[in-house]
Design a protein around this ligand. Sequence first.
Ligand SMILES: *Cc1c(COP(=O)(O)O)cnc(C)c1O
Length: 405
Amino acid sequence: MTLSIKPDEDPTFTLTTGPVDAYPQVLRGLGKPVMYDYDPAFQGFYERVTQKLRSALRTPHMPVILQGEPVLALEAGAASLIAADDVVLNLVSGVYGAGFGFWAKRYCRELLEIRVPYNEVIDPASVAAMLKSRPDIRIIAVCHHDTPSGTINPVAEIGRMAAAHGACLLVDAVSSWAGMDIGPENCHADLFVTGPNKCLGCPPALSLVGVSPRAWQKMKANPAAPRDSILSILDWEEAWRRDRPFPFTPSVAEINGLDAALDLYLGEGPEKVWERHALTAAACRAGVQAMGLALWPVSERFASPTTTAVRIPAGLDDAAIRATVRARYGVMFSSGRGETQGKLLRIGHMGPTARPLYAVVAISALGGAIRSLGAVVDVAAGMAAALATIDAGTAGPSGVTGASA
Ligand SMILES: *Cc1c(COP(=O)(O)O)cnc(C)c1O
C-alpha cells in the first residue's frame, strides 16, 4: 500500500517560492488581539515596528509599509516615481521584470528595455552602453531575483551605474531580501520594494518599501503621483510617527505578524539567516545535478540562494512531476510562471524552509517522483551529494551574494 496525499489534503512539506510556510512565532503574532489603530499603544507599536524594519533593511531612512502584498508596491512605485516626461529603462531577465514594463509603459514618455533569455541575467556592460547612448534615461527598474527563473541580477553594479548616471533606481527584491545580503543601501536603490511573505516567513499581505531622499523628492515633484489613493506611497510618508494619522486603516494583525518575523530575523542575525539560505540552496543544487538533472540557469553563478529552479527533463511533464511529488511524498513545489511555465519547477528555500535538511527532502521527493514516471535518475547520488554539501557546511563559490555579486 502506498500512502497518498489527496489534492484536497494538506501537504506535509510546503517547499515553495511563496507563499511560504510561515514561522510558528509569526502565526502566534497574527493571533494577538486586534487593537484599534488610533489606540496610542498601537500607534507607538507601529512606530517601533517601522524602526525595526529600518534596522532590518540596514538603511538610515524610514521605510514605508503599504497595506497589500508586494505587487501593490511595485505598481505604486511605477505610478509614483515615473512622471509623464520620463524615459524609463526596464531590465528584463524574467517574468517579473517584464511585468514591471506593463506598469511603466502606462506612466512614462518612453520605455526602453534590455531583454535577455529567462535563464540568463542582465549584463552590466549592456546597461552601461544603453546609459551612454541615452543620457535622457531618468529611471531604471530591475528585478533582483526573478523568482520564476530562480536567477539573481547583478543589482549592486547596476545601482552604481544608476547613481553615476543620476537616474532613480527601482529594485524588486521581494524574494531575495532577508534571504541574502541585499538592501536599499548596498544596491543604491531609490525605491527598494520587498515583502515579508518570502524570506521573512510571513503570509502575503504587506509591502515593505525602502525610500531614498531622492525618491521622496522625485515623487513629490511628480504632479501625477497618486495621493489619497490605495496606490499612494506619498500618503504614508509620516504614517510611522505615533502622533500622525494613518491614511486608512493598517492591517493590524499583519503588523503583529511582521513584528514577530522581524524579531526572529534580527534575533537570529541576518548573516546567519543568509548563510542557511545559501547552504540549503547549495545542497539542493548539488543534489539536483548529482542525480542527473539540470539546473534552469545557464550558469550556476546566477542561481538564487532562495530558489532552485530545475529544468524539466525532455519527455516529462512538469505538472505530472509535481502532482506525483505531492501525492507520494506530501511535498509541494512551485511551478514556472508565464514564459517559464512547463519548462522548470522550483524548490523554495525561504524563511522557515531555508534549513539545509529540506534540500534532502526535496531531492528525495523529486528524484523518487521522476524515477516513478520512468526516467533514469540516480536518487541515491543526489541525496548523498546534498548531504555532503551540508556536512561540508559551505555554500561554496557558486552562492550568489547581493552586494558583492
Ligand atoms: C512574490 C513576488 C512578488 C509579489 O508578487 P506575487 O503576487 O506574490 O506574485 C513580486 N516580485 C517578485 C520577484 C516576487 O517573487
